[in-house]
Design a protein around this ligand. Structure first.
Ligand SMILES: [Zn+2]
Ligand SMILES: [Zn+2]
Length: 138
């Protein structure tokens, strides 16, 4: 079993954080925005409980891109790592990219969202997770 807090960092190590509560949920997003943002077929991410995210280092490195019709996306200006999105209403960290977390955490994706937009070159895995044609209903 893993223990809180969960820790993580970007590729260059400049941005470091910890998460002090179990995430609300986690899943894969297959939307075209996530494909472009990550350069991959899908983005695995953990939706955090408000107040559970703590930035330990690298505040000055975090840059933000707001697509306009979606949550602002943050990335490391030094190494380009995708970091997290922010709740648009509060500006708090919302979904942290799962690949940033140090090994040993117990967070497991539970669903696939925006599967109608999934890449033709990477079929959805037959993993039994729930699937949503568009966004996961909240
Ligand atoms: Zn970095
Ligand atoms: Zn997405």
């Amino acid at each position: 079993m893993s223990e809180l807090p969960y820790t993580g960092h970007c590729m260059c190590g400049g941005v470091r954080f910890e998460v002090t509560e179990e995430p609300l949920t986690a899943g894969y997003c297959h939307c075209t925005r996530c494909q472009r943002r990550t350069g991959t077929a899908a983005s695995a991410q953990a939706r955090l409980a408000p107040g559970s995210f703590h930035l330990l280092a690298g505040d000055e490195l975090v840059r933000e891109y707001a697509p306009g019709d979606g949550w602002p996306k943050c990335f490391c200006s030094e190494c380009g790592s995708a970091l997290w999105s922010k709740y648009p209403d509060t500006g708090e960290v919302g979904s942290v990219r799962l690949g940033l977390f140090d090994p040993g955490h117990g967070i497991r994706p539970q669903w696939h969202s925006f599967v109608d937009y999934a890449c033709e070159w990477e079929p959805l895995p037959d993993d039994g997770l729930e699937r949503h044609a568009e966004g996961k209903p909240r």
